[in-house]
Design a protein around this ligand. Structure first.
Ligand code: FE2
Ligand code: FE2
Length: 223
């Protein structure tokens, strides 16, 4: 992995959370083959993933991809194009869920959900890793830290304010302890103090007491 030092490195963390949740969804879809009561949890989680994906991708489309396009003609567009496949794959998962809910043969319907989820994971995970490996290093190398900050700010505007708490909790839950520290340091640099304070409160709610103690020992400004 290419090392990135500027604010745009903050994008590693939502990408990591997306990869983790895609793995969770694939495992859950496999569990459906033997446990039909998992469908409700699967449904809720795929809905949230879609919501998050939409805001994340809308933000990249309005800000990161145009910035890349300005630096290397055609590059931003190649990332933007991936959305067609990702949207089709989400629709295939939804179609398989709808079929499952009315199907008389749950086993066959569950196999379709698992196949559609595996396809969604394969392409979307590759898209996010490609951004980590090609898009973010380019923006880091060619934009100044304040320019990167502006790119991030414009992208964040695509998240509805009412979704921020749920989104931050979703991310924190899926990150390792070192990743949580890295993520919180990036937020502290870029976010208004009151936003950072609110996020600290949410972190405390979703991590275990032992994890919280470890985080505050390594980052005293969380206290
Ligand atoms: Fe993207
Ligand atoms: Fe992304």
């Amino acid at each position: 992995m290419v090392e990135i030092k500027g604010p745009i490195s903050g994008y590693f963390y939502p990408h990591k959370a997306i990869l983790v949740e895609l793995e969770n969804l694939e495992k859950l879809s496999a569990a459906l083959l033997t446990k039909s009561d998992v469908i409700q949890e699967f449904n809720e989680r795929i809905n949230f993933m879609k919501l998050f994906f939409t805001a994340h991708e809308d933000g990249e489309e309005v800000s990161l991809y145009p910035a890349a396009e300005g630096l290397r003609k055609g590059l931003g567009k190649s990332f933007e194009w991936d959305r067609h496949i990702n949207e089709q794959n989400f629709q295939a998962v939804y179609a398989a869920i709808a079929e499952y809910k009315t199907s008389k043969n749950l086993q066959t319907a569950a196999v379709k959900i698992a196949q559609a989820t595996a396809a969604l994971r394969a392409y979307l995970a590759a898209h996010e890793v490609k951004e980590d490996e090609i898009l973010l290093p380019l923006l880091d190398a060619e934009l100044t830290p304040p320019e990167q900050g502006k790119v991030i700010g414009a992208a964040m505007s695509k998240f509805p304010p009412s979704s921020v708490e749920e989104v931050e909790k979703f991310l924190i839950k899926r990150l390792s302890q070192p990743e949580r520290i890295g993520f919180l340091k990036v937020i502290k640099q870029g976010a208004p103090p009151e936003t950072f304070k609110a996020i600290i409160g949410w972190v405390k709610q979703v991590v275990s007491p032992a994890e919280w103690n470890e985080l505050t020992a390594k980052m005293p400004e969380l206290k």
